[in-house]
Every structure is written in structure tokens, then in C-alpha cells.
Ligand binder design. Structure first.
Ligand code: ADP
Ligand code: TRP
Length: 321
């Protein structure tokens, strides 16, 4: 079973990315053939700043490793280091109906938020399809927002197979329905593009400032509160051990929960939760050559797989003459 997913280096990785995607990828390391990569070509649709893109690409890779991704147990690389994927993108784009891309919510949402409506942003799902199909992935763990893109990938793969003969595995999205979307500081979905995130790696002072800024309502301390409707509690739940969670839950339900106290406890919980990862992250920061070597080896392995699929595609389509 091949499991594949990617993450954009378009800003600091946050706890929503961790609980939404990275944690399940890391948990799959022992049971599957795992492909994890940093999608810098996709990030180029929104980041046109050389230093920022290069820095965030390195940081996303180091963050993933620090959080426990073991490069011996998976293939881990940077998307642009496998140029075959852009070659496949072109072939797939000649089979992709315009209407399929015109229906994509992600494109429409991004343009509504004033992102530059480039051809690259429009054809973003075709590059994502090439990412998935070139490695013949069976399963693609993603958040709800990416489900449509995996469906587009399936449509393109089916169209290719019908036109040129069986070539691609038809992948399936894996969406954890139990995991509610992690809310951000303002209660909307936590997202790099909304500026409402809690980054995984930062100093304690910045962490405290963010957690203290989580929006809460004005219910008095002694009044009962519904924990399921409180975004502070939703984040607290991700980090608190069972006994603390039960006590705080009871204070919410029976009255007596002080948001300020819950926030202070949450700062400590988050700080402790990522302590080991933070230490590892600091080591990686001081050994940048190691991170580059890991990515170099990963790209070689990924490329070997990609070339096999691309050769098949060239044969099937007549590009090989
Ligand atoms: P962002 O919205 O911060 O730019 P990405 O689009 O790069 O995040 O998402 C990378 C992965 O992290 C995706 O699989 C996405 O579903 C997941 N993810 C992002 N934000 C959240 C969130 N708030 N809750 C759960 N999962 C999330
Ligand atoms: N589009 C995905 C996102 O924004 C990132 C991505 C690119 C991806 N290629 C992928 C995810 C392939 C899964 C598989 O989150």
C-alpha cells in the first residue's frame, strides 16, 4: 500500500498541519510504503520571494523530520527535485477538461481572497494529479479542503487509462472524519493564509502571546459553558492528558472554568508536548548539511520511481518514437 501526501512551504507549519496531516503520515511509517514531500512548486503560486520560498522549504523539511518523520522508513524529498513531475503535468493537462478545473473551490476561494489568478494557480490541481499519479499512490491523506483535488486526480487518471490503456493506479483520498478542523486563534479554520495560527516551533514568549489571544466569549466564570462550542477547549483537548481534560471539562459544564487559567495551562501543555521535537529541531538547525543530504537521497529514490511511470506514459502516448 502506497501512501502519499505533500505540504506547501508557504509559511510556518502550525498545529493544524500537525494534527490534520503530519501526525497521521508519521503514524503510517511502519505499516506502509510512505511518500512525503514538500511541494515548493505549488507554493510558487503564492510566494514570489526567493528568500522566503527557500527558507520555508528548508524549514518545512526540518520541521517534519524533527516531529518524527524517519527518512529511513519513507521517501522524503522536495517536489522540484524530481523534474519528471512537471513533464507529466503537461501530458495530463492535455487530457484535463477546462470545466473540471473551473469547478475547483480552492481556485475560486483563493481568487476571492485576492491571490494572483495566474495560469499556475488555475492548473494547480493538474500538478497535484501528476504528484500523486507519478508515484502510483493508493491513498492520499489530506484535509477536507483537498478532497476535491484528489477527485480531480481520479478523473484525470481514469480519462488517461481509458484513452491510452491501463497506466495509473486510481488513488483514494483519506480524510479523518473524527478530526474536526483545528480552529485558529479567531475560531475560523487555522490556516497560514488567515494569519491565525499557532506555529509548532517558536519561542515560549510568542507562544504565550498567541494562546492568550485565543478568542473566547464573555460568559462569567461561575456560569456553565458548552465545551463543544469553545475554540479554546477544542485546542486544549488536543494537548491535555485524560485526567486534566476530565477536570477542565467538568468545570466548563458545572461552572467555574476561567478562560485565563485554561490558557496558561495550555501554554505549558503545548510547550511540553513539542519539547523533544523542539530539541531535535534545534539540532537540525545546526546541522543543515544533514537535512540537505536527507532530501538529496529522498529525491534520488523518488526520481527512480517517477522515471518508471513517465517512461510508461511516453510509450502509451507515442511520445517515445
Ligand atoms: P494552510 O491552510 O495553513 O496553508 P495547507 O493547505 O498547507 O495549510 O495544508 C497542509 C495540510 O494540513 C493539509 O492536508 C490540510 O488539510 C492540513 N490542515 C491545514 N490546516 C488545518 C486545520 N486547521 N485543521 C486540520 N488540518 C489542517
Ligand atoms: N495541494 C495540497 C495542499 O495545499 C498540497 C499537495 C500538493 C498535495 N501535492 C499533493 C497533497 C499531493 C497530497 C498529495 O495542502
Amino acid at each position: 500500500m502506497k501512501i502519499l501526501s505533500g505540504i506547501q512551504p508557504s509559511g510556518q507549519l502550525h498545529i493544524g498541519n500537525y494534527f490534520g496531516m503530519m501526525r497521521s503520515m508519521i503514524a503510517n511509517m511502519d505499516s506502509s510504503e510512505l511518500y512525503a514531500f514538500i511541494v515548493n512548486l505549488h507554493a510558487l503560486t503564492s510566494v514570489h520571494d526567493r528568500e522566503r520560498l527557500a527558507r520555508d522549504t528548508f524549514n518545512a523539511a526540518a520541521d517534519f523530520l524533527a516531529l518524527g518523520l524517519d527518512p529511513e522508513k519513507c521517501i522524503f524529498w522536495v517536489q522540484s527535485d524530481v523534474p519528471e513531475v512537471t513533464e507529466l503535468t503537461w501530458v495530463l493537462s492535455t487530457l484535463t477538461p477546462m470545466g473540471l478545473l473551473e469547478r475547483c473551490h480552492s481556485y475560486k476561494d483563493k481568487v476571492a481572497k485576492n491571490l494572483f489568478a495566474s495560469h499556475g494557480l488555475f492548473s494547480y490541481p493538474v500538478l497535484m494529479a501528476a504528484d500523486i499519479l507519478i508515484y502510483q499512490a493508493d491513498k492520499v491523506p489530506v484535509g477536507k479542503d483537498q478532497k476535491q483535488h484528489v477527485e480531480v486526480t481520479r478523473d484525470i487518471a481514469i480519462k488517461f487509462n481509458n484513452t491510452f490503456g491501463e497506466t495509473f493506479v486510481i488513488p483514494e483520498p483519506v480524510i479523518d472524519d473524527n478530526l474536526a478542523v483545528v480552529p485558529g486563534l479567531d475560531g475560523q479554520k487555522m490556516s497560514k493564509s488567515y494569519g491565525n495560527t499557532i506555529p509548532i516551533f517558536q519561542d515560549q514568549k510568542a507562544l504565550k502571546k498567541q494562546v492568550m489571544a485565543i478568542t473566547t466569549d464573555a460568559t462569567p466564570v461561575e456560569a456553565p459553558k458548552d465545551p463543544e462550542k469553545c475554540n479554546l477547549f477544542a485546542i486544549y483537548k488536543l494537548f491535555a492528558p485524560a485526567d486534566r481534560l476530565a477536570e477542565t471539562h467538568a468545570l466548563y459544564v458545572n461552572g467555574g472554568a476561567m478562560y485565563g487559567k485554561v490558557k496558561l495551562e495550555l501554554v505549558d501543555l503545548i510547550w511540553e508536548y513539542f519539547r523533544a521535537a523542539r530539541e531535535k529541531r534545534e539540532k537540525l538547525e545546526n546541522d543543515r548539511a544533514y537535512v540537505h543530504a536527507v532530501l538529496g537521497r529522498g529525491a534520488e529514490k523518488a526520481r527512480e520511481k517517477a522515471v518508471v511511470t513517465l517512461n510508461l506514459v511516453k510509450e502509451r502516448t507515442g511520445l517515445k518514437y
